[in-house]
Design a protein around this ligand. Structure first.
Ligand code: NDP
Length: 247
């Protein structure tokens, strides 16, 4: 049911963190990959790893804030079955200090980039006539409030509404659009925060009293990517150790 053999999947932001892990998880389940990000060297390293797993992998350098670059991806995704809209950034600042430049960079990357890629992939899937699965990586910060993350939280709330509206409009083409809303996932870049006092205080608000691991996302990702979720669309699945339930 979770087998992705013969499927072709696109993962954006695959050069590090969650995206890199998602690409390997999908390849392990049998999918061939198209991977994108700005850091070509990291993408090529991952492509070689995926090739060594016996899956085909195409690396495409792409900046999600460049609409022309996104449009140019069309030929590479003509026969795409699965899209993981993962590329994302944050620019944290107190609300009163957030610059319009940082605000726009976050919205352009996380929300507008996701919109353009979902539209491009949706058109390709509609033209091919074989449906598809689009998975948008949101965040629990699109569903709850926290200080210092205004632009990021607004971009993730946009990702959630985009997911629901695209699901509504694309259902008749057999295209499913769902979102994962991860809580705090331990990655190389945020390790230091969790060792500090603020991080330890935050952990107390997570009912499972631990950070998420990349592997905690595997099951939900494969569920949404595969035929195991054929009657699911417009869903937003928190993967957060119960964080949302604790307010
Ligand atoms: P990373 O910083 O490790 O990865 C972000 C990825 O996005 C990189 O591959 C980066 O590639 C890519 N990216 C960033 N900006 C652009 C751009 N302008 N154009 C193309 N690619 C870009 O972060 P994470 O792995 O933690 O985050 C991945 C996703 O998961 C994000 O959407 C994030 O919001 C979401 N998320 C993460 C959580 C966490 O706890 N880590 C929790 C909830 C959600 P490159 O720099 O090479 O372009």
């Amino acid at each position: 049911m979770f087998d992705l053999l013969g499927k072709r999947a696109l993962v954006t932001g695959a050069s590090s963190g969650l995206g890199r892990h998602f690409a390997k998880t999908l390849a392990t389940a049998g999918a061939d990959l198209v991977i994108t990000a700005r850091r070509t060297d990291l993408l090529e390293g991952l492509a070689a790893e995926i090739d060594a797993m016996g899956r085909r992998c195409t690396a495409v350098t792409l900046d999600m804030t460049d609409p022309t670059g996104i449009a140019a991806l069309a030929p590479a995704i003509e026969d795409i079955d699965i899209v993981v809209n993962n590329a994302g950034i944050t620019r944290e600042a107190p609300f009163l200090d957030q610059s319009v430049k940082d605000w726009q960079t976050v919205i352009d990357t996380n929300a507008t980039g996701m919109f353009l890629l979902t539209q491009l992939a949706g058109r390709a899937m509609r033209a091919r006539g074989r449906g598809g699965a689009i998975i948008n990586i949101a965040s629990i910060l699109g569903l709850r409030q926290a200080g210092g993350v205004a632009s990021y939280a607004v971009s993730k709330a946009a990702a959630i509404q985009l997911t629901k509206i695209a699901a509504l409009e694309l259902a008749r083409f057999g295209i499913r659009v769902n979102a994962l809303a991860p809580g705090y996932i331990a990655t190389d870049i945020n390790g230091a925060f969790w060792d500090g006092e603020a991080g330890k205080a935050m952990l107390k608000r997570i009912p499972q009293r631990r950070l998420g691991r990349l592997e905690d996302l595997d099951g939900p990702l494969l569920l949404l990517a595969s035929d195991a979720s054929t009657y699911m669309t417009g869903a937003v699945i928190p993967v957060d150790g119960g964080h949302l339930t604790s307010g």
